[in-house]
Design a binder for this molecule. Structure first.
Ligand code: ADP
Length: 274
């Protein structure tokens, strides 16, 4: 469109003067738009051929050609990875184009239960999984407001990272607690940790700390970019604390207007008065 987009910055100059710097970012935004559309279109176009390859691979029976079995298994693994990559790229494009987020009550009891199930399925008994709902323990159970689907996709990414980057016998803790007027949902692990030098760039698309370990882990390199976008859309801040060899904590800090005391909505309607 023909609208001009400006980026404005106010800089203190002296005790009485401020500088207002206006930059024309119309072209920059148009390019960004084109990049986004391009990625979304390519991802979409890749879906169909991938489905076909996947479908035929599933039909090939390794019993017919036993010496092909390892190759077939590898092709299946890689085509699954590519499918996940395409799905993550599409999710990211959708989130980038989105301006707001639905504002529904998000049941934290079922969110936490789902995250526990997912962590247990991924870990297959190799880790201790702890769910720590301080809002319940304090007798003031809270819920969040927003998109259940998107919040779930963000925290399920964090839980899957915690499992994948923590050696066996480690502990994964998902903690939900009040924080000021808001709330915090945090995923902690006792895993490999992330060197401080990598932290500033860790949420960029495809940014990975140790490519070999990350690649073996089966991720796409897009998980944290998705997490950051989902939290942004919810007005929440992502914090990352990590120490090499000790573990990491990824937390979403939700402001007051994203928190819903459970009494305020009708998950458990009060009995009608006589
Ligand atoms: P990936 O699919 O590679 O896991 P992510 O965007 O989810 O992509 O994460 C980016 C990188 O951050 C990972 O490759 C890994 O190096 C590092 N990372 C993410 N979560 C953790 C964690 N809980 N512990 C250690 N490293 C992590």
């Amino acid at each position: 469109d023909a609208t001009t987009r400006l980026s404005l910055r106010l800089i203190p100059y002296s005790e009485e003067l401020w500088l207002l710097v206006a930059r024309d970012v119309t072209k920059l935004m148009r390019l960004e738009h084109m990049r986004r559309d391009f990625v979304a279109n390519v991802s979409h176009e890749l879906r169909t051929p991938l489905t076909v390859v996947h479908g035929y691979l599933d039909l090939l029976d390794p019993a017919d050609q036993p010496e092909w079995a390892p190759m077939l298994a590898e092709m299946q693994r890689q085509s699954q990875r590519m499918t996940q990559l395409v799905e993550d790229l599409l999710t990211l494009s959708r989130l980038e184009a989105q301006e707001g987020v639905v504002d529904d009550p998000v049941s934290m009891a079922s969110m936490l239960a789902t995250l526990r199930r997912e962590a247990e399925a991924l870990s297959q008994g190799r880790h201790r999984i702890v769910i720590d709902d301080r809002t319940l323990a304090a007798g003031a159970p809270l819920d969040l407001r927003g998109s259940t689907k998107e919040l779930h996709s963000a925290f399920s990414n964090l839980v899957s990272n915690a499992v994948r980057y923590t050696p066996a016998e480690g502990t994964i803790t998902v903690r939900f607690a009040p924080e000021g007027d808001g709330a915090v949902l945090a995923v902690n692990d006792t895993g490999y940790g992330i060197p401080a030098a990598h932290l500033p760039r860790i949420t960029e698309r495809f940014y990975r700390v140790s490519t070999s370990r990350s690649r073996e882990s089966g991720g796409t390199g897009l998980g944290l970019a998705i997490v950051k976008h989902v939290l942004n859309l919810h007005g929440a801040r992502l914090s990352i604390d990590s120490e090499v060899g000790q573990g990491s904590t990824f937390a979403g800090h939700f402001p007051a207007d994203r928190v819903l005391p459970r009494d305020d909505h009708d998950l458990f309607p009060a009995p009608a008065e006589a």
